[in-house]
Design a protein around this ligand. Structure first.
Ligand code: TRP
Length: 353
């Protein structure tokens, strides 16, 4: 990654707004809604991969706060979890010098492009989105238009940076596919405005499952029933969650997602946490009881998360630093985003300012 001056930036005006990625590495964008604590699933399934990608790609990683309000949020809590999420991104190893770390609502171009793209997205397409169907069932008393047009804002997030790759969990793949359809439709009318992004779904760690219901994804909605472990959890809470993890009535520690979802999930967590392969982990625990195994997985996770928690706590005590990260991040992001937005406004026929 190389930061540089935009070619036409006047030499006298060296400010951060002129800093954009200058090399031809591929572009990545991803984000997580700050609608609660980050979980072990978001770390192993997403952020850990983001850190690895940041060596090879130019990366934009955001707090998707605009998306978060599609379901009701308590304002004070949202402010706190957004800041915590930034601290946790950095504590997980995302370097703000190498990556653009920013808050979605700080870059108004996302919402502006989303409006335009709304006019190039069909009602029928949005009605078919599985997440919309799921969420409108779960929030039957608040099926708002934002929930419906959620994927259009996500398309704007992605297309505005001309992203090549979008690392997402497989529940978001359909939204990336819709993004391609919208981009194709727009490009079909106006020429090549948007790059067509690909979803990037990592093989290992892509799906960390609930410890209480290993057939569904680990989610922050399960904090209360012990199905989920959060990045900031204390070691004793983590150990308790693993001790209570649902397994099966056999005794063998073997990876078989269909027949043994609980044990397979624990093997997967252990493998990602320790950097070992799943066969290595199977061998290590061959002939041992579930109790010993669960204890070992818990300890591996405690050790994995300890430095993350400590570093995040240290960063949260330094509000000035966090503010600098998100302010500079938004300036860098806006520089890139505004270029695309200007082009779009011009193409659709708006008078240039
Ligand atoms: N919708 C994503 C999720 O719920 C979060 C998100 C918002 C996102 N905008 C994005 C992910 C753009 C990737 C790219 O997990």
């Amino acid at each position: 990654m190389v930061w540089g001056l935009r070619p036409h930036a006047p030499a006298s005006n060296h400010n951060i707004k002129d800093l954009i990625f200058m090399d031809d590495r591929k572009i990545i964008l991803s984000g997580i809604k700050p609608s609660g604590a980050l979980t072990l699933g978001s770390y192993l399934g997403a952020i850990k991969n983001w850190v690895e990608l940041s060596d090879t790609y130019n990366c934009y990683y955001m707090m998707a706060d605009l998306h978060a309000i599609t379901v009701r949020q308590d304002p004070a809590t949202l402010r706190r979890t957004t800041l915590e999420q930034i601290a946790q991104y950095i504590a997980c190893g995302l370097d703000p010098e190498k990556n653009v770390i920013f808050i979605q609502s700080h870059v108004p171009a996302h919402a502006e492009l989303a409006w335009v793209l709304n006019c190039y997205t069909m009602f029928g397409e949005l009605s078919r989105m599985t997440q919309f169907k799921d969420k409108s069932q779960k929030n039957a008393d608040n099926i708002n238009a934002g929930l419906f047009t959620y994927p259009v804002l996500m398309a704007a997030d992605i297309l505005i940076y001309q992203a090549d790759l979008v690392p997402v969990g497989d529940d978001q793949k359909q939204h990336v596919e819709l993004t391609r359809d919208i981009a194709n439709r727009f490009n079909g009318v106006y020429g090549d405005v948007f790059k067509l992004p690909e979803p990037f779904i990592p093989k290992v760690g892509a799906r960390i499952m609930s410890l209480q219901d290993p057939t569904s994804k680990m989610s922050k909605s399960e904090i209360d029933n012990g199905g989920c472990v959060c990045l900031m959890d204390k070691p004793e809470d983590i150990m308790r969650a693993f001790k209570r993890a649902v397994t099966d009535s056999e005794t063998e520690i073997r990876y078989d997602v269909k027949a043994k979802p609980g044990i397979s999930n624990l093997l997967q967590i252990y493998a990602v946490a320790t950097g070992k392969s799943i066969p290595q982990a199977e061998q290590e625990f061959a002939g041992q009881g579930y109790g010993t195994f669960k204890q070992a997985v818990g300890e591996a996770v405690v050790e994995l998360l300890r430095p993350v928690r400590e570093e995040a706590q240290r960063l949260l005590a330094d509000k000035a630093y966090l503010e600098k990260v998100y302010t500079e991040g938004a300036q860098k992001a806006a520089a890139a985003a505004n270029r695309t937005l200007r082009k779009v406004y011009k193409k659709v026929g708006f008078i240039q300012k």
